[in-house]
Design a protein around this ligand. Structure first.
Ligand code: S3P
Length: 433
């Protein structure tokens, strides 16, 4: 039930049905950017409905790329080639992905760009892209490493760079900048992060090399490569599916089908963890579209053991940890999250937000600098919660509320629209009371 910006979620008996998800957010951003700098038209089906991906399209339009939205989430983009046109301020809204990845493209232009964001984005760290892009020759002014950014484009030179933080946004930013650089840009990531940037660049015709060594995963891109437009259908968003899969995990006997879901191995760690907790999962109709794996998922709730998420898993599950933590009290052994300090600099401080909301629902939680320890076998009661303006916090607690005693009110629930505007409606459709 939705009332302005707050939503009341009632406890449920079960979860059942079919959930078809809008296109993956990470892939949508990258396709919109690469289609814009490709040559010729692209036709993208099932583009993300989230406000973040609309921010990326808005910025591309400012940069002179023409596109139009057809019926049913189809976007047709007319590529401008690598050279874009000077823009008024580029409004990235709430989207860190837009600001970080697009900065790699505007850094290679012959003009200056101003990139701005909302209050939450204005608090987020940007030195992770400022440092390497400056080493490539761009000039970037910021507010002590935070937005707004003023990026003066330059003839970029290739660099050999080891990223200090495992971030797919930074990796994509530098690969995109590498298209504009003179020579071979080499990027090493300390932990394997999602590879949609690499997969998308190949889909648009670029050549990349990859090497794995003791130091990590190295990706190499040669500058000056021209991209060509594609026709593609974006697989359903796995991080949005996480909310429904976790809801199904809460109810033994639940049954959900999720057709055409993204199954990219660098994103699918969630499925292993949910199986370990007790969800039965089967996958059919596996297919590959432009290098991205897609499949249909059938799941059944069967048990609620616990899990520990640490090390490389924390990077691989970074967007799913809030909802896994929100269902942790209902598991038998609880959930412990370590090595996830990055959660503190997402759309909100997600460690603090999860701990505060779980406590309001009556749970015991140990909050740590880099994670959380949430004991299992706890009963939660409904409460008045805050989304902290963060889409994943709003959706995570709508899921926890399904197993609480009494109603839960979520303030700032409209933030779900950042990645998934239809979330609350779809959740209602699959919930039995
Ligand atoms: C994303 C990477 C992750 C993730 C974000 C989307 C991407 O951030 O949290 O929601 O599309 O590359 P980092 O780049 O900070 O790891």
């Amino acid at each position: 039930m939705q009332n302005g910006s707050q939503v009341t979620v009632r406890p449920a008996r079960n979860v059942r049905g079919t959930v078809s998800l809008p296109g993956d957010k990470s892939i949508s951003h990258r396709y919109a950017m690469l289609a814009g700098v490709a040559e010729g038209p692209s036709r993208i089906e099932n583009y993300s409905t989230g406000a973040d991906c609309a921010s990326t399209l808005g910025c591309m339009r400012e940069l002179g790329v023409s596109w139009r939205e057809k019926e049913n989430g189809v976007i047709e983009i007319q590529g401008s080639g690598l050279s874009l046109s000077p823009a008024a301020a580029l409004d990235c809204g709430n989207s860190g992905s837009t600001m970080r990845m697009l900065s790699g493209i505007v850094a290679g232009q012959k003009f200056s760009s101003e990139m701005v964001g909302d209050e939450s984005l204005s608090r987020r760290p940007m030195e992770r892209v400022i440092t390497p892009l400056s080493a490539m020759g761009a000039h970037i002014a910021s507010q002590a490493g935070k937005p707004p950014l003023r990026i003066t484009g330059a003839a970029l030179k290739a660099i050999d760079y080891t990223m200090p933080v495992a971030s797919a946004q930074v990796k994509s930013c530098l690969l995109f900048a590498g298209l504009y650089a003179d020579g071979e840009t080499r990027i090493t990531e300390p932990l394997r992060t999602r590879d949609h940037g690499e997969v998308a660049l190949r889909a648009f015709g670029a050549k990349l090399d990859r090497r794995s060594s003791g130091q990590g995963n190295e990706i190499i891109i040669r500058g000056g490569q021209r991209l060509r437009g594609i026709e593609a259908r974006i697989p359903g968003d796995l991080s949005s599916a996480a909310f429904f899969l976790c809801a199904a995990t809460l109810f033994p006997g639940s049954q959900l089908t999720v057709p055409s879901l993204l199954m990219n191995p660098t994103r699918a760690r969630l499925l292993d963890v949910l199986m370990q907790i007790g969800l039965r999962i089967s996958v059919t109709q596996l297919d590959e579209i432009h290098g991205e794996l897609v499949g249909s998922l059938q799941v059944e709730g069967a048990g609620l053991k616990g899990a520990t998420i640490a090390g490389a898993d924390s990077a691989a599950l970074i967007d799913e940890i809030p909802v896994l933590a929100a269902i942790a009290p209902f598991t038998a052994q609880g959930i412990e999250v370590r090595d996830a300090r990055e959660l503190r600099v997402k759309e909100s401080d997600r460690i603090a937000a999860v701990a505060a909301n779980l406590r309001l629902m009556g749970a015991q939680v140990e909050e740590r600098e880099d994670g959380l320890k949430i004991p299992g076998a706890q009963a939660l009661h409904g409460a008045e919660l805050d989304s902290y303006g963060d889409h994943r916090i709003a959706m995570a607690f709508a899921v926890a509320a399904l197993r609480a005693e009494g109603d839960t009110l979520i303030r700032g629930a409209e933030s779900a629209a950042i990645s998934y505007p239809a979330f609350f409606q779809t959740l209602e459709e699959v919930t039995e009371r």
